[in-house]
Every structure is written in structure tokens, then in C-alpha cells.
Unconditional design. Structure first.
Length: 151
């Protein structure tokens, strides 16, 4: 009898650690910028438990969501789309206003303007980690950012 209880306990512990092993990508520093227009910008930091990649980004908020990088060509700033973003194990990938590569999330064709206090739900899929929905709170810029001034 006691053995039986012990066995189910062991099974339970195994089951829960297996679930913990399935843990997904951690998102921090999540925010979107207020905008009266059709194009918005959002930022996040993602940390993956193993080498992975963001495979797709979608949202009902707008016509399209794209990951962008800002580059300078002959002194002129321009953006291009990143097809996928690789995530190194336990290394935070910073998609932030002060990121060196000018990475950001572009919300294209917004169905309504983004006001401070609103939230935007964005769905992420990964090469390995389970898909997840991230809620971006809309916050005004605290510091100057050169990125969204392009839009
Ligand atoms: Cu952009």
C-alpha cells in the first residue's frame, strides 16, 4: 500500500518536471507605443530556454505584424523585414528602442489607434518552443527613440 502511494508520488513528480521542461520563451520589457495613425511599433525582450527562433508573429490588431531591423545606407536610415529571429539559449534577445540593430515590431494597418493604457495581443510561434500570446501594454516613450520617427 505504502509502496503504491510512493510510486504514484514518483510518477507525479516525473510528470510535473516533464511539464516544466516544456517551459517556453520568457518575455520581458513588453510595450507598444501610442500612435494616432495606422502604423505602430512594439518592443520586447525574449529569452529562450534552448536555442530557438521566432518563426511567426501575428495579431488581430492590424493587417500585418513584422519584425524589422533598421540599417543605415549611405547615411540614410531604412528598415527591412527580418524573416525570423534566432534566439540563443538563455541569452535575452532585446528588441528595444536602444537596440544596436534598431530592431522593432511593426504593427501595420492598425484597426484602431493605440492609446496609452490599451493593450495589443500578439501571437508568437517558435521553431521549438510552444506558441504563445503576449500582451503588449501601450506606454508612452520614456526616452527618445530614433526608430519610430521613421513612420
Ligand atoms: Cu519598422
Amino acid at each position: 500500500m505504502f509502496n503504491k502511494i510512493l510510486m504514484s508520488l514518483v510518477v507525479l513528480i516525473f510528470a510535473s518536471s516533464a511539464l516544466a521542461g516544456e517551459s517556453g520563451v520568457t518575455f520581458t520589457e513588453i510595450h507598444a507605443r501610442p500612435t494616432p495613425g495606422k502604423v505602430g511599433v512594439a518592443y520586447f525582450t525574449a529569452t529562450a530556454p534552448k536555442d530557438d527562433a521566432i518563426a511567426s508573429v501575428t495579431s488581430d490588431c492590424c493587417d500585418a505584424v513584422e519584425l524589422h531591423r533598421t540599417d543605415k545606407f549611405n547615411g540614410v536610415m531604412s528598415m527591412r523585414r527580418i524573416a525570423s529571429l534566432s534566439l540563443k539559449k538563455n541569452e535575452p534577445a532585446r528588441i528595444q528602442p536602444d537596440s544596436k540593430g534598431g530592431e522593432h515590431v511593426m504593427l501595420i494597418g492598425l484597426k484602431k489607434p493605440l492609446n496609452e493604457g490599451d493593450t495589443v495581443k500578439v501571437n508568437f510561434t517558435f521553431t521549438k518552443a510552444p506558441a504563445q500570446t503576449v500582451i503588449f501594454p501601450v506606454k508612452a516613450a520614456g526616452a527618445a527613440s530614433g526608430v519610430h520617427e521613421l513612420h
